[in-house]
Ligand binder design. Structure first.
Ligand code: GLN
Length: 195
């Protein structure tokens, strides 16, 4: 079967490893280019995108990550991970870069101070069996998307789950809920691309 890595620089790495294992794939942390080279797909966890960006640069991972994504490795980003997969961020912090790959513009901390974290039922296209419990924690939303991007879920008038080819991103954190359907969807994307 396939092996899926979780970028383990900062963020909720353990929760993603557990969700991937529950979804039936071999899961392992990725901290170095050599480890990245060995996985069939990669999860970019939730956390703090500015920190993940700076550590990826410091660890010499930014270019290898871009290279693998350009050459078709499946990747899934939740929250900060969604930001890392965006081609463009509105108001990036100084020195903040993304890996990119999804033709979209995201707004960080988009739901505002009144609404820093909340949960909402979100219907996600491609996920069967009813809405997903969306856990939003200082979450981004998708401000705009290019023609190749499918909007899988919309909340409050903004896309909060998107897919472009082998890249998947959610503004919320399915890894925190015990519902592994989004991870199973990603596991299927990785299996399909490994075939
Ligand atoms: N606000 C964080 C960021 O900008 C994302 C928060 C999260 O991943 N829960 O990176």
């Amino acid at each position: 079967d396939v092996t899926v890595g979780v970028l383990a620089l900062q963020g909720d790495v353990r929760e993603h490893l557990a969700a991937l294992t529950a979804a039936g794939v071999e899961a392992r942390p990725v901290r170095r280019p050599g480890e990245l080279a060995e996985v069939d797909g990669l999860v970019l966890p939730g956390g703090e995108s500015t920190t993940i960006s700076k550590l990826a640069t410091a660890f010499g991972l930014m270019e290898p990550l871009r290279e693998r994504i350009r050459s078709g490795m499946p990747a899934y980003g939740s929250c900060a991970g969604m930001i890392m997969l965006a081609d463009k961020i509105l108001d990036p912090r100084a020195g903040q870069e993304t890996i990119g790959g999804i033709d979209m513009i995201v707004r960080r901390n988009a739901f505002g101070r009144q609404n820093e974290s909340f949960e909402a039922a979100v219907e996600v296209a491609g996920v069967e069996g009813g809405p997903v419990e969306g856990v939003f924690i200082r979450a981004p939303w998708v401000e705009s998307t290019g023609a190749e991007v499918e909007e899988l879920a919309v909340f409050d008038g903004h896309a909060v789950a998107v897919r472009q080819g082998r890249l998947l991103a959610t503004a919320f954190h399915p890894e925190l809920t015990g519902d592994h359907r989004v991870h199973r969807l990603f596991a299927d994307m990785v299996r399909a691309s490994a075939r």
